[in-house]
Design a protein around this ligand. Sequence first.
Ligand SMILES: [Zn+2]
Length: 264
Amino acid sequence: MGRKFTLTEENYHSRAARRRWLSSSDVKAAKRCESAWLADYCGKIKHEENKPAFAFGHLFEAALTLPGPQYHRYLAAHPELCSSRGPTKGQLRAEYAAAPELAHAVRRSPYLWGIVRRCKKQVILTGELNGMPVRCMMDLVDRDGSIYDLKAMRSFLPIYDTAREEYLDWWAYWNYPIQLYIYREIARQNGLAVPRVGLIAASKADCDVQALAFGDEIMQAAAADTAYTMQRMAQILAGQEEPTACGRCAWCMSRKRITEFEMI
Ligand SMILES: [Zn+2]
């Protein structure tokens, strides 16, 4: 600590940055499974299997927000996105082909395209929340300080939450209100007004687009969720509390030991 560290798009996801500041991803991960979050925080989880989904999301953002020449430079810098042989050589691989189509679906609404065009992109800010240092990188920050996150979703169908044993709206399942709440608080600490926070999302399943703003009630619930989860994280990092294992995620599954039969 104390040494000067300037966060950039390049070092934002580095180990050094992760050690120094928490992010909304940490809070969302800890809310889902404290044990998996701690393992990841301590560098015990490899992320290979998540790569295609990550790459798809980044490609969607690039196709939506970058001007033509910059977008082509982005593609040139990521040869893994394009097929390297056969008649499709140089074109996007099949699993990524939908990303620019989703970007186009967003651009089709002049209202949304206007917002995307005038917003500042990838705004990095730091602050402190619930006593812990936090960093965030916001996809879009509007002139009035409103914050929007871009999401490429598999679909907009409700998702079954095994912990809560109920179907949740896609944005609730992924805890996006917590993410936007954290963005809003850190932005306000940095002098922005943030009259509105929301998502601009497109669905791979049917190319549908949704623009959702989170109202006061949802933000209040997100504030309480964030405070509780971050308090647990602080206690776990201080060694005062043991992380709780959800018993259902990939990390918990990888450590599962059967000791008896389950009577059904
Ligand atoms: Zn788990």
